[in-house]
Design a protein around this ligand. Sequence first.
Ligand SMILES: *Cc1c(COP(=O)(O)O)cnc(C)c1O
Length: 357
Amino acid sequence: MPLIENIIRPDIRALAAYHVPDSTGFVKLDAMENPYALPEQLRAELGRRLADVAMNRYPVPSYAALKAKIRDKLGVPGGFDVVLGNGSDELISMISIACAQPGAKVLAPLPGFVMYAMSAQFAGLEFIGVPLKADFSLDKEAMLAAIALHRPAITYLAYPNNPTGTLFDAGDMVEILAAVGERGIVIVDEAYQPFAQASFMPRLAEFGNLVVMRTVSKLGLAGIRLGYMAASAALLAEFDKVRPPYNINVLTQAAAEFVLDHAAVLDAQAEAVRAERTRLSAALADLAGVEVFPSAANFLLIRVQDADEVFANLLRRKILIKNVGKMHALLANCLRVTVSTPHENALFLEALRASVF
Ligand SMILES: *Cc1c(COP(=O)(O)O)cnc(C)c1O
């Protein structure tokens, strides 16, 4: 169609649309969602709170109350600011746009979160991927060499990493922060922080180029779309200029403020998921033909003989996980499964036992 060829960038035309499979009727273990709902009484209270929201008004774009709650309840150190995003996806996009000078580059270990490379491409930035080691730890020497060669404006380190679950060595990360120095920012993406119980947030004061990015998605609020990043106020003021002014809607704002007042409920759910991770990981390790990797997140990466076949067998048994076997050479025959409730984990294990031979 000439119209499309005339106006749409060739690199966009060449892309396949981001595919989200229809999960109706499946045990859904593909997207790292928290399987637990809020307790009944809190849900009723939330409903009353949302009923009072002025949906006829635009949000107040400073989001002062929500930001104060995030700083207070989620451990942002004093003197540092936060910027909110419609999910961390939007924060990544804002960072890319703000840094997209001619020749600017983005660096991240691979396999990693796909949005880093996609967002770089959309903004016209060159993406440099540095392979992890075979055990999914950081290849520190290769990272340092790539930093010296490419001088990236943006370096992403997911802590822990998706889709491997690896919690990178903090000492290696500090060396990367130092090597990047004043030439670039290092985004430590802590989407899975509630399950890792390790964080660079308390270390913001040590590194002027550090941005700590988080989301409430994996904590149990994936549907409301809220991410935040913490860094020095001067740096964040620049990113805030490219933020769409009303990017957080009033319902999300009210729901997040409400839930943060009851953060202990989500903390307890995360603790239950961590306990299940330990149990599920041990059960998987006992299965012949299954290799399970250490994970500090709410999912486990496993390797089987034939990932395509196991994935298809699980689908037939109405279990949806993620086949990451074709994502990167290091992930050959790997599958990623979300840690869920004891019941859903048992369903997965039973189906997996019947699917591997
Ligand atoms: C899931 C995930 C996110 C979350 O993105 P949202 O847009 O906030 O839902 C960010 N980073 C990583 C590494 C993730 O796995």
